[in-house]
Design a protein around this ligand. Structure first.
Ligand code: 5GP
Length: 330
């Protein structure tokens, strides 16, 4: 058999400094790295220490903690924390913590703890993704970015129309604004996982149907979504190959200035100080919980600048190679 074993690449989802590591047998032999770095695993025979080097750089190899070791260490550290919502081991209940086990069922928001240590990735030739997901806090300007993309280049970008159980208003008709349906049908479809997300507002159900995303994909356009971060797990599949951009909130002061300059950051009428504070807080929470999913982070401190950066990033997808989850390649 002349096949060469494929090189293993891991994307790190934490910072590592061997000088601060009490477990490493020899600190000088360690390889320091940052969250987001791509590491080539040169040797993984030892269950605790892997030998690695940075991908694409012909640099020296060094020791890094194996996934197994890092999982154990994080579970152990978590032991001392009193609140599970604060960090990596979100979803652990107090009782389960003692056994170092995940309890993912308890909290669907956090049920992707397994990706947070290392994520196996593959290099892929330049290609355009078919789904663009803009995640971020409410009021951070995702809707405006999405609308601007579609307005500027309707042959390339398309949104999806949501479904709702509320009755159409006077100027609305099916497919214009929303697809209108009844609550019962919608509830059944939600139960059958036909929606990537849904919510209730004023006693009515609203949600985005998976089939609407397929339809856009079929048309050859890039589907632009500004959905809830809880949908990321459903969307990050070989089928959608999404490009996930986190639109981060700037400071409360900058948000206020942007709002006063006339940017529609919110759809809920006049924004108040507390709305800006809520946006900034929510943004930090989403970032902390979901950052392992993000391909790109843009701080929206100037709408025009953010829009230009987004366009530039989308263009560069078609000209640079990309690191993608290993299961996208097969
Ligand atoms: P309206 O009925 O005035 O068109 O929308 C009222 C609210 O429904 C919106 O402000 C938003 O909070 C919610 N909504 C609209 N579309 C969706 C959707 O696709 N998903 C979810 N979860 N909520 C939506």
């Amino acid at each position: 058999d002349s096949r060469v074993t494929e090189t293993i690449y891991m994307k790190a989802h934490f910072n590592y400094d061997p000088m601060k590591d009490r477990l490493i047998p020899c600190k000088e032999a360690g390889l320091p790295f940052q969250d987001g770095d791509i590491l080539e695993i040169v040797n993984s025979d030892d269950s605790n220490w892997w030998q690695a080097r940075f991908a694409d750089i012909d640099g020296p190899t060094g020791l890094i903690p194996s996934k197994n070791l890092e999982e154990k260490r994080k579970a152990f550290v978590q032991h001392d924390y009193d609140n599970s919502s604060s960090s990596l081991f979100c979803g652990l209940t107090k009782k389960k913590k003692k056994k170092y086990k995940y309890n993912t069922k308890a909290n669907t928001d956090f049920d992707r703890c397994d990706v947070l240590i290392y994520e196996e990735v593959r290099r892929m030739s330049p290609f355009q993704r078919s789904v663009l997901v803009l995640v971020g806090a409410n009021g951070v300007g995702r809707r405006s970015l999405k609308e601007r993309l579609i307005r500027d280049d309707p042959r390339r970008f398309s949104g999806v129309i949501a479904h709702t159980s509320r009755a159409p208003r006077e100027n609305e008709s099916d497919g214009k604004g929303y697809f209108f349906t009844d609550r019962e049908t919608m509830a059944v479809d939600i139960n059958n996982n036909k929606y990537i997300e849904f919510g209730e507002y004023n006693g009515n159900l609203y949600g985005t149907k998976l089939e609407k995303i397929y339809e856009v994909k079929q048309s050859g356009k890039m589907c632009v979504l500004d959905v809830n971060p809880t949908s990321l797990k459903i969307l990050k599949t070989p089928e959608f190959m999404p490009y996930i951009v986190f639109i981060a909130a700037p400071s409360v002061e900058v948000l206020k200035v942007m709002y006063e300059e006339g940017h529609r950051l919110s759809t809920t009428g006049r924004a108040k100080e507390e709305d800006f504070i809520r946006t900034v807080r929510e943004s930090a929470q989403i970032e902390q919980t979901y950052k392992a999913y993000f391909d790109l982070i843009l701080v929206n401190d100037s709408f025009e600048q953010t829009y230009r950066s987004l366009r530039k990033a989308l263009t560069s997808l078609t000209s640079t190679q990309q690191w993608v989850p290993v299961n996208w390649v097969y």
